[in-house]
Ligand binder design. Structure first.
Ligand SMILES: [Zn+2]
Length: 308
């Protein structure tokens, strides 16, 4: 670990009895080490991303791996700083990533391709279809060449979206996500729905880029913390475009209208030209304006408070 303030990303599908109690104890551990970030615990496993001073992270990893269930857990590390996460949250949930499949499924743990196998398949097999199972704003910032990006706002929309992929049922599906956690469930979901040739990228984009950088990859990789995206500089091809102006950008904002809050790409120049672009295209098309949208300090909210 050479970074001064590393960010670690880890998950494991492994039975955890009593996730509530586990989460409480885990929260105490993270607090005692001064770590920030998010950890989700469920009966199906653990999923976390944490940041902190180097020594604190090292001691966290050591403690985690001392538990036999997590002895072999893979930890991905990147560079962060004290602002990467504003706070710490450790919670017990029904799932470590929410898919909400109608029929319960077990994560797929045995159809992974190593980054080298993945790259070879892309280069040699004409019958494969790359499927990006991340959310639409993530693939808008970066994706594998020729990948089919699922048009979903949340992972839990994937089960319904699967209908749109019917025509690809006979293809060899190579799916990927950021760090691998979503694929292990998505893979099981695809197979449950009759897709037979399904493979997933071991360790996700993060793992692939560590070995192969931007080869077959376009743009930046979205991450769920204040950094918003991480990228490999060498041979970087920008693909992110402003949702309003089409300008090249990798700047994400949340829609001004709080009940929407959708993430979208917005070029700084576009916002300067017209501040109404702080509303996402969908809200703008519904006729909302900065006068009528609902957000902290908005005219709409202030007048509501005045009449209440
Ligand atoms: Zn909106």
């Amino acid at each position: 670990m050479d970074s001064e303030y590393p960010v670690i990303l880890f998950y494991k599908y492994v039975p955890i009895a009593g996730p509530d109690r586990f989460a409480a104890e885990h929260s105490a551990l993270c607090k005692s080490l001064g770590l920030k970030g998010r950890v989700l615990v469920a009966e199906e496993g653990i999923n976390g991303t944490l940041a902190g001073p180097r020594e604190a992270i090292a001691s966290y990893v050591k403690t985690l791996r001392a538990d036999a269930r997590f002895a072999d857990i893979e930890i991905k590390q990147s560079e962060g700083d004290a602002a990467t996460f504003p706070r710490l949250s450790v919670k017990a949930r029904a799932e470590i990533v929410t898919l909400g499949a109608a029929v319960p499924l077990q994560a797929d743990l045995h159809n992974h391709l190593s980054p080298a196998e993945w790259k070879r398949s892309i280069e040699q097999d004409p019958n494969i279809l790359l499927v990006d199972v991340r959310n639409r704003y993530e693939s808008a910032a970066g994706k594998f060449e020729n990948a089919l990006a699922c048009d979903i706002e949340f992972f839990r929309e994937l089960p319904a979206y699967l209908e749109k992929l019917e025509e690809h049922r006979d293809k060899t599906i190579l799916m990927y996500c950021t760090g691998g956690i979503r694929c292990e469930k998505a893979s099981a979901l695809f197979r449950q729905n009759g897709f037979e040739k399904v493979f997933q990228l071991h360790g996700g984009i993060v793992n692939y880029q560590r070995e192969f950088g931007n080869q077959h990859w376009l743009g930046e990789c979205f991450v769920f913390d204040n950094r918003m995206t991480v990228k490999v500089e060498e041979n970087l091809v920008h693909i992110g475009i402003c949702a309003h102006s089409g300008r090249s950008t990798s700047r994400f904002v949340n829609c001004l209208h709080d009940s929407c809050h959708a993430l979208f790409l917005l070029a700084p120049e576009t916002e300067q030209e017209n501040t109404e672009t702080r509303l996402c295209p969908e809200c703008l098309s519904k006729g909302l304006t900065s006068q009528t949208a609902d957000y902290k300090g908005s005219p709409a909210r202030l007048s509501k408070a005045a009449t209440a």
